[in-house]
Design a protein around this ligand. Sequence first.
Ligand code: PRP
Length: 192
Amino acid sequence: MSSSTTPSNDAQFPSADPMEILFTRQQIADRVQALGDQISREYAGQSVLLIGVLKGAAIFLSDLARAIKVDNSFDFVAVSSYGRARVSSGAVKLIKDIDNPIEGKHVILVEDILDTGLTLSYLRGLMLQHKPASLKIATCLDKAERRLVPIEADYVAFQIPNRFVIGYGMDYAEHYRNLPDIRLFPEELAGH
Ligand code: PRP
């Protein structure tokens, strides 16, 4: 069964079918369920607020929320993305805030990928100012070797090497987010 979508006519976004699968949809589902089970145990009898970072985390969050058996709700934030420039400047800016107060709530920040750590480091600091009862971090992928600031996730589905990945919410120029598997995007197409 093909896990890609109908090939685009746009040469910039070729079919993902030949691209190497890093994690299959089944492997992802198994790890998300394991994280959901762990979170359900650790937050037994409590409510959890999942805060996803748009846009990449949307798909992981929607699966994770359904894998968590304790009462949970979710919200989203968005931050500006400066691409590579962001890495050198370290500047991250909030462009969509949470809708409801988080004071006294058990919050889990949800990301698709933890890379340099700049985004989550910024968001963690911001969230802590609002005095949640607790604050943890869940990420689908962790590229630990790329870290520029010291931050670790409490829940990690997969550790990965420094490779360009697409699918399961992750994009190349806003495409391929809908792929159910996580694949390696060819470096020669990415242009770096
Ligand atoms: C990605 C990812 C994280 C961030 C991680 O977002 O979703 O938010 O980069 O990188 P960092 O650890 O180096 O800060 P991106 O800017 O690609 O936006 P997207 O979620 O809309 O794809």
